[in-house]
Design a protein around this ligand. Sequence first.
Ligand code: SF4
Ligand code: SF4
Length: 225
Amino acid sequence: MSESEEESKPKKKRAKFRFKCQRCDQCCLTRGPIPITLWDLEMWARNQVLSNFLPYLEVYTKPDGGVDLIIKPLTESEDKEKNIQENPEEAFKETPIEELLDKKCPLYSKDQEQCLVYENRPLSCRTYPLEYDGKNFSIVDLDCPGIGEEGMTKEELKEMRDTAKTMNYELTRIRIGLPVLNQIISRKVMMDLMRQNMQAMSQMSDEDKAKLNDILGKGQEQPPS
Ligand code: SF4
Ligand code: SF4
């Protein structure tokens, strides 16, 4: 096709993104794991609330071997209690991420019908339901009642697009750094545990040490050949 033909071709019109959050909280109730970035960790550290988030954070190894830092949803306690009553070994089992994809965010209060950390909500919540993959924007939740609604100013929509771009950049940044960070943390946790074990052992009486060795020895007995 010649240049002039290319120029005369009607240009595809991109659908205009219209969005106004209805504050219906549907996304918080069904959000599943929320990706966390260095931007979030830095903001929480700056606002001195990092420790409040730590119990909810988990490093998730994806099927492709990559790792993400996430806020992991809690399983509904009633379901879990029922399962544990029927199968006591369930108490020690981790719930696979795949089963948590549409679960409630642990930082949403159903009683108060609100996000408990709104001022410090992660970057991913600030850009939801818009995502940017480095080339294109996409809407990740077509059921979001805010899609197609008027009411946001041009500046607010631009800010949302910029936030989606920042999210994309920050995800890349943490995905590069997280495997190294994870190894450092795991090594530190192991070292701390070993130090605690050695301290605890040094405080035990010889009699208790002998008993413990006896128990551990029994646990490692070889099966009869
Ligand atoms: S982003 Fe969508 S689903 Fe979430 S509160 Fe706003 S309107 Fe509701
Ligand atoms: S952190 Fe807040 S805004 Fe984000 S999903 Fe959880 S409850 Fe909703």
